[in-house]
Every structure is written in C-alpha cells, then in structure tokens.
Ligand binder design. Structure first.
Ligand SMILES: Cc1ncc(COP(=O)(O)O)c(C=O)c1O
Length: 368
C-alpha cells in the first residue's frame, strides 16, 4: 500500500478563507461598528447583488436553504393533504421541507443520464392531489426547466426549484432558480458559502416577495403588527457581510470548477461514465460525479489509501431513509442504481492543478 505524503482533501475551506481573510475581517469589523446585527444594511445589499447576478426582481435572504424551501412552500399555501413531488436522489432537506409544512412528499425517479428529474419522471407520479413539484438541480446540473414549466402550466402545479447546489448554473442562458420560485443554500460547502448557515429565495413576483419577507420575520408586516403566523428565519447580517466579500469570486470559482471538470472528462473518457454535457447547459459541478459501474466501494477505499478523499452524494436515497420509508410508493430503478455507482471527485476551486493531476493519474491506473 502506498500512502500519499500530501493528502488531497475533498474540500479545503480554510484555504479559501486564507486568501480572503483580511477583506472578510474588515467586513466583520464594520458590522460590529455599526451594530445593526439583525437585518442590517449588508442583508439588503447582498439581496440586491444576488438579484442582479440572477436577473430576478427580488431576493429574500433567509437562514438556510432548508428554510428557503419551507418558507416558499408555506408562501404558496402548500400544506396538509397536498402532495409535493421531489426526487429521492437528493439531499434530505428537499423532502424534510415538504414534511415541515405538513404536506406529503411523493418521490419521482431521475433520468439515469442527467441524474436529475425530468418532466417525464415527474409526470409519471402526479396524482389529483399533487399541488407542487420540486425539481432539484443536483450536482449543479440544471433540470430541463422549460419542459417542467410547460408540464406545470398544463397540470396547474406550483414549481419550486431546489437550487441549493446550482447557483450560477444555466440552461439556455437563463439561471437555474429563476424559472419557478428559486430556493438556494449558502451553506459553507456550496459554490458561494457563508461561514455558517444561510440561504435565500429568488422570485420575480412582487406580492410573493412581500409575503416571504414577512414569513422570514415571524410574520411581521411592520415593527409591531403581524400579517400571518410564521417563524424567525432571517439571514444574519454577519453572514451577509461575509457573502458580500465572496460574491465577486463566484464566476472565477465556477470557471475553476469547470476547468477541473474538463480535465477529468478528457483524461477519464472511456474509463467511467461521465456527468452529462448538453450544449444549452452550463453545469457547475458541485460535485463532479463519475459513475463506476463495477466496484465503486473498493475503488473509493483504494483512493482513500492513496490519500485521495472522495464522497458519495448520496449513499442512501431519501425513500430508503427510516423516517421517509412510509412515503415510498413505486419503484425508482434509476435512483437505486445510481446510489451503487456514483463517486464525487475533488473539484473545488482550491484544488490545485497538481492535485487534480494526481487524482487523474491514480484513477487512470485504477480504471485502465
Ligand atoms: C439539494 C439540497 N437541498 C437543500 C439543501 C439544504 O440547504 P441548507 O443546508 O442550507 O439548509 C442542500 C444543502 O445542504 C442541498 O444540497
């Protein structure tokens, strides 16, 4: 067994922070100096900047991507008795948000090529009780939103886009998360990450934006009067200040991820199944997911022995997680197969070219 002297981390946030630390400390200091730590000026500034990046009328900062989904569902009036279709091949939060508003998650399979839901896989599980669908732009690959929006119009469905992993992904030049009500995470491991939990909702609808601003602030419509019953899910001013310091790097970081992805793709072509590529799509590879048709777990162990950290996103599909088994209905063959074969490679902007080449060499030696 050879052990690498210099382990390759899957992510290295300390390295990202190190390059920004003076600027970020200055921004934190300014929040401490002005003292407006709840819904301070940085929150509105970040919302305006993100709305410009996405090309939407409104961004509403909240305290996590999970809450973005919960508040958006509540704002659309989804609740007990309603079915909401989501993939099972996603992070737990998509389905947990549906349960949080008292609705019933119904699991759709994914397209085995793209690893995300399509209009067809969603339509296959619609029922007269379906009120909403939540396509998830998993791995930073944008779902075919024009087709999904057309389905939603035909069947009168609300569309929430779980864009937690896909800020900056595009389809036909349009940003993921701007077709339906866009729900985003700014978790530290996302392409744009806070130093703690954060998230936001994007919408072009003025009335929806007003409603969501009340919902994130205990239902208050002004300092003293409640418009509705809700929770506290405000985006922290300190997190907004940090995110404002990082936002200018978003395109650079996406370009770096895409560069790593291009090298992986070229070097490993024919050795493993690659993530999908479509001319009209800009994916952002959060993460870069290979498919190893045989022996994924053994390979992963040997890579770990060589100091290369990989992940599986996600090893247990939601419909097989204990609290969600009662919602499982039809078979999900593509989902079941993917969880056996997927492998996420290091692809962060902080990964050096040298480290990436070591990952490639090791994989070539293993797979050839
Ligand atoms: C697909 C997906 N949905 C929802 C979430 C929830 O976001 P958060 O961790 O900010 O609550 C995440 C990320 O963690 C995610 O990857």
């Amino acid at each position: 067994m050879t052990t690498s002297p210099d382990p390759i981390a899957y992510v290295d946030l300390a390295r990202q922070n190190a390059g920004l630390i003076d600027d970020l400390m200055g921004r934190i200091r300014r929040v401490l100096e002005h003292g407006q730590s709840i819904l301070g000026p940085e929150v509105a500034e970040l919302e305006t900047a993100l709305a410009r990046v996405l090309g939407v009328a409104h961004v509403i900062g909240v305290n996590s991507g999970t809450d973005a989904l919960v508040l958006a569902l509540a704002s659309h009036g989804i609740g007990p008795g309603d079915e909401v279709v989501t993939p099972s091949h996603t992070f737990l939060a998509t389905a947990s948000a549906v349960c949080a508003v008292g609705a019933t998650p119904v699991f759709a399979d994914v397209d085995p090529r793209t690893m995300v839901v399509s209009a067809e896989t969603l339509e296959a599980v619609l029922s007269p009780r379906t009120r909403a669908v939540i396509p998830v732009h998993l791995n930073g690959f944008p779902c075919d939103m024009p087709a999904i929006m057309a389905l939603a119009r035909r069947r009168d469905l609300v569309v929430l886009e779980d864009t937690a992993q896909a800020l900056g992904a595009k389809r036909d030049g349009r940003m993921a998360g701007t077709f339906g009500t866009g729900c985003f995470s700014l978790h530290p491991l996302k392409v744009l990450g806070a130093c703690g939990d954060a998230g936001f909702i994007a919408t072009d609808d003025d009335a929806r934006a007003d409603d969501l601003r009340q919902r994130r602030n205990i239902g208050l419509r002004n300092r003293d009067e409640a418009a509705l019953v809700s929770t506290n899910s405000r985006l922290d001013t300190l997190q907004a200040a940090i995110l404002l310091g990082k936002l200018p790097y978003l395109e650079t970081w996406i370009a770096r991820r895409n560069d790593h992805a291009r090298h992986y793709r070229e070097a490993l072509a024919g050795l493993a199944t690659m993530p999908p590529e479509e001319a009209s799509v800009r994916a952002i590879y959060t993460p870069f997911v290979l498919r190893i048709e045989e022996g994924r777990d053994g390979l992963r162990k040997r890579l770990a022995d060589a100091g290369i950290d990989t992940r599986v996103h996600y090893p247990i599909p939601v419909h097989r997680q204990a609290p969600y088994r009662r919602f499982a209905t039809g078979p999900l063959p593509a989902t079941e197969r993917l969880v056996e074969t997927i492998l996420s490679l290091p692809c962060s902007p902080e990964l050096s070219e040298d480290q990436r080449d070591r990952v490639i060499e090791r994989l070539q030696a293993e797979l050839e």
